[in-house]
Design a binder for this molecule. Structure first.
Ligand SMILES: Cc1cc2nc3c(=O)[nH]c(=O)nc-3n(C[C@H](O)[C@H](O)[C@H](O)COP(=O)(O)O)c2cc1C
Length: 172
């Protein structure tokens, strides 16, 4: 069993979510994962994995166009195996889920066995001046703020493990 985490990130929250979930999969279920940053790392073949998780950071309400294009281009293949989706952002609850629902293709949203919003982090030490300026304008934040919710990643790992245990019939 092997899970592929494909993510887009600027400042690391989406990578953190992938790392933490992969750790739970390994420790609780003995399931191995590969973590791949879309656009930076070499893209492996989806056929080498039993399940896929797509994770993306939200900026101005949008995930990266690279992730959108990937999800559109590979939707048919992704629908053949258990799929998890997440977005990292500062919004919580319904607002965060709305980002997820409005950014991934409907076919994948319908197929996904789990969708989570593990929060995010505004890291003023790492952020460039323009992002600091925009974030201050839209959120009023002026210093590093950690709104990550690691407790949402256990359910992501457990849903994937359950789907791998008893996979649904593949779709067309
Ligand atoms: C310029 C800018 C715009 C952002 N826009 C949003 C937004 O529209 N909604 C939101 O909830 N969070 C927003 N955020 C917060 C990011 O989603 C958050 O920092 C997230 O953790 C980034 O993920 P990453 O660390 O993987 O890049 C914004 C942050 C910056 C710097």
């Amino acid at each position: 069993m092997k899970v592929l985490f494909l993510y887009t990130t600027k400042y690391g929250s989406a990578a953190w979510a992938a790392q933490e979930t992969a750790l739970i999969l390994e420790q609780e279920f003995g399931i191995q994962s590969s973590l791949v940053r879309l656009g930076k790392d070499p893209l492996p073949s989806l056929g080498d994995f039993n399940a896929v998780v797509l994770g993306a950071a939200v900026y101005a309400g949008q995930i990266s166009s690279r992730m959108r294009s990937f999800a559109d281009a590979h939707a048919s293949e992704l629908k053949q195996k258990p799929l998890g989706l997440y977005v990292t952002c500062l919004a919580e609850g319904e607002a965060a889920m709305e980002y997820l629902e409005s950014n991934f293709p409907p076919a994948l949203l319908a197929h996904a066995c789990v969708k989570v919003t593990p929060g995010g982090m505004a890291n003023f030490e790492k952020m460039n001046w323009l992002f600091k300026f925009v974030l201050k304008k839209v959120s009023g934040l002026t210093q590093t703020t950690d709104k990550r919710r690691p407790e949402s990643l256990g359910p992501l790992a457990r849903s994937l493990a359950a789907a791998l245990e008893s996979p649904a019939p593949s779709e067309d």
